[in-house]
Design a protein around this ligand. Structure first.
Ligand SMILES: Cc1ncc(COP(=O)(O)O)c(C=O)c1O
Length: 186
């Protein structure tokens, strides 16, 4: 029986190009990259090469690229990292009501630690209202976290417009999607 798989938002098969790039690191160059012997150094070289390629792709320094185990860990690291680092400037965060639980739960945790969070409404298609976003910005807003593509309904948020607003107000913008997590800071 032929299977038709329609849940690519939940997980998806790896592309052949990605699989072929990764294969040597599963069965040939499987050393621990922190080890000093040849096998470990080879694995380390692979990681550093990947870091450089990602940096070129998103136009940043290799030292600014961090690899994590997945989306939730990345969201936690980005949101808590930005919040704690900037808490002397302010403690207000803006996000939306339809963010992934990795973002919503992190924001709720921060609220318990004295941060204030505004949860923006979305329209019937799941799009954030840019005027409400602008109205929600306060003197103590340090972070705006809006996903680029919703993991359940596929809505594409206007992240270009949001990034222009965050740049105008000098606020850090964190955005994530099923494809990965990005943090833009201006
Ligand atoms: C927007 C978004 N953020 C975070 C995650 C969580 O990613 P992970 O399952 O790798 O922890 C997902 C997963 O679907 C997601 O869609």
């Amino acid at each position: 029986m032929k299977i038709r798989y329609f849940d690519h938002a939940a997980t998806t098969p790896v592309k052949d190009e990605v699989l072929n790039e990764m294969l040597p690191f599963f069965n040939e160059k499987y050393g621990n990259p922190s080890s000093l012997y040849t096998l470990g150094r080879e694995a380390k070289r692979g990681i550093e090469e990947a870091r450089k390629r990602v940096a070129t792709l998103i136009n940043c320094e290799p030292s600014e690229v961090y690899f994590t185990a997945g989306g939730s860990e990345s969201d936690n690291m980005a949101i808590k990292g930005i919040a704690y680092l900037n808490s002397n400037r302010g403690k207000h965060i803006i996000t939306s009501k339809i963010e992934h639980p990795a973002v919503l739960h992190t924001c709720q945790k921060l609220e318990k630690q004295g941060f204030r969070v505004t949860y923006l409404n979305v329209n019937k298609d799941g799009i954030v209202d840019l005027e409400e976003l602008k109205r929600s910005i306060r003197n103590d807003t340090i972070l705006i976290s809006i996903m680029s593509v919703n993991n359940e309904i596929g809505t594409i948020e206007p992240i270009y417009e949001i990034s222009r607003i965050t740049k105008m107000y000098n606020i850090i913008f964190h955005t994530d999607s099923v494809q990965g997590v990005r943090t833009y800071s201006y």
